[in-house]
Design a protein around this ligand. Structure first.
Ligand SMILES: [Zn+2]
Ligand SMILES: [Zn+2]
Length: 134
């Protein structure tokens, strides 16, 4: 049983790293089930959360959207495409002292932050230009 779980975990981890994307649990399940038809949706979900707890992957909460799972575990920011809803990594320095800067505001205890920029990805940008030309 323990071994079976480990295998499932590594299958999921391998898939996330292969896709190099920010997938939802459903997208990941679809990608895995085509290769491993016996795996259940619940198993994928359970193992995803386990991998997050283990620090192997990260869960990114997306406003107005499903949680996405990130193969990159270092601190980084994201941009969400307005049109396709996909999440992309943003290349910029992580503002490590952001938490310190806001420490004393309103007596809150801060644990972290989650910045998601808003934009349109190059692929959707191209389609948009084409549509405008019609
Ligand atoms: Zn897009
Ligand atoms: Zn990311």
């Amino acid at each position: 049983m323990i071994q079976r779980n480990t295998i499932q975990c590594s299958v999921i981890l391998k898939k996330i790293n292969e896709l190099k994307a920010h997938v939802t649990a459903d997208e990941l399940y679809e990608a895995i089930v085509s290769e491993y038809p016996s795996i259940s949706r619940a198993t994928v979900y359970r193992n995803l959360n386990k991998l997050v707890e283990m620090g192997k992957i990260r869960k990114v909460s997306v406003p107005n959207g499903a949680d996405r799972f990130d193969y990159l575990c270092c601190d980084h920011y994201h941009v969400k495409c307005r049109l396709c809803g996909q999440l992309f990594d943003v290349e910029m320095d992580y503002i490590a002292d952001l938490k310190q800067r806001i420490k004393d505001a309103h007596g809150f205890e801060f644990f972290g932050h989650n910045i998601i920029f808003d934009g349109i990805c190059p692929a959707c940008g191209k389609t948009k230009i084409k549509e405008n030309k019609k």
